[in-house]
Design a protein around this ligand. Sequence first.
Ligand code: BES
Ligand code: ZN
Ligand code: ZN
Length: 499
Amino acid sequence: MEFNVKKGDLFECKVPCLVIGIFEGKFKTDSVKQLDLRLEGAVGRITRDGEFRGEFKETLLLHTAGRLPADRILLVGLGEEKKIGLEKLRQAAAVAVNTLREKRIVRLATNLAQIKIGSSRAGERVQALCEGLVLADYQFERYRTEKREKLPPALEEVVLIAAESRDVKEIQEAAENAAAICQGSFFARDLVNEPGNIKTPAYLAERARSMAEDLGLKCTLMDRAQLEEEGFGAMLGVARGSVCEPVLIVLEYQGDNNGGRPLALVGKGVTFDAGGISLKPAEKMDEMKMDMAGGATVLGALMAAALLKLPVNLVGIVPAVENMPSGSAIRPGDILTSLSGKTIEVLNTDAEGRLILADALTYAKRFQPRIVIDLATLTGACVIALGHHAAAVLGNHDGLVQQLIKAGQRSGEKLWQLPLWEDYAGQLKSDIADVKNIGGRPAGTITAAAFLQHFADDFTWAHLDIAGTAWEEKGRPGVPKGATGFGVRLLIEYLRQSK
Ligand code: BES
Ligand code: ZN
Ligand code: ZN
């Protein structure tokens, strides 16, 4: 998709379709009146009869019949004016793309970013708008063998209209930033959508390696022998049930040449979670190919950071394993010695994410990170607590948690904090080891984080449980069915604000 910025009048643009936003019931504004005039009263007729009300996500496609250089106009409802925000703009843009794609229209012009949203800058609005346009245009079609022509086409060109010449540069930059960020989200989505038979830990490692090569990142892959040598007992324990070789993926991005301490991103990379000997029920087990979404987000965020040339140093750590039942799998009751030296009693082999993260967090210390953020599809309990609209955030440093929550609000990838009080730690006391890997049914997301805290308390740390947000079952504006890429935009927003 190509973004072109033009100063001037939207109505003079010669493209297949103009996309115009209208607030609910606001038909008397200057811009709507002007449009009505150009269309010889058509807007008046449509709105009078209630054919278009401007409700959020409502659309109406009109043909201009030669009254404008453009062939068509797509009206997009923005909902109540007082409720408008960047996320609404993002979604309105996505709705427009969905509508146009159905009609096979691949070029559009819009001035949607000119609407007033609080005290937002033009760049922020353009970024949200472009994210909405790009994110909605995602399709995972690798495994469809039917003819390409039958599939809905991808958007080719978007013309962004600037009110003033001095805005052109800011708009162009914001559009390019959005495109880079979405490239990271798409990298993550592609990896998560990939099925488990293809996406082995080795496959994930190879995709990470080639991305790193393309973008000039350092990539280190640790194989089973190296992990054994170092003592990754918890991670290797999980890997034991699978015929697939485990890999620890480590990427380094250096954007700050002043030698600043890095920020470490750690992502759960379970390429398929069958549960191990504590086998999961058959229903929806297929969705457990997404259990490496945290890892995919880490890789996508490093990719976007490199594309944007962010002035930070980053380390991405993704322990990649498959969690399968077999004769060589670990059993409930087994005790593992983690990389940190702490022993873990495994009472449920399906609580495997925290085991591999324990070792990955311990490994992160070698980079002396100033901050560590981990992301994981860690607990079903998180889906029960927050559903699919927000991820849980917990951590040992309130400033970091608050900054992440703010980045979530701005990016539209929302976070909600759960407490990590000491009160919960008791649930993880083992009778015979240092800690056990499950804390019972109450507060499952919190006790999972409390487990991680045993391995993260030497640094400033936050944990994001993305179990409910990594996968979209129905499809919504900007988020087609399947992998969401959740967290890439959030992390980039956080990195840009906190640098
Ligand atoms: N990968 C799952 C968590 C999950 C569930 C992610 C649903 C996405 C959607 C994780 O490894 C798991 O199985 N957790 C167990 C932990 C329990 C045994 C303490 C769970 O949540 O049931
Ligand atoms: Zn599991
Ligand atoms: Zn899992």
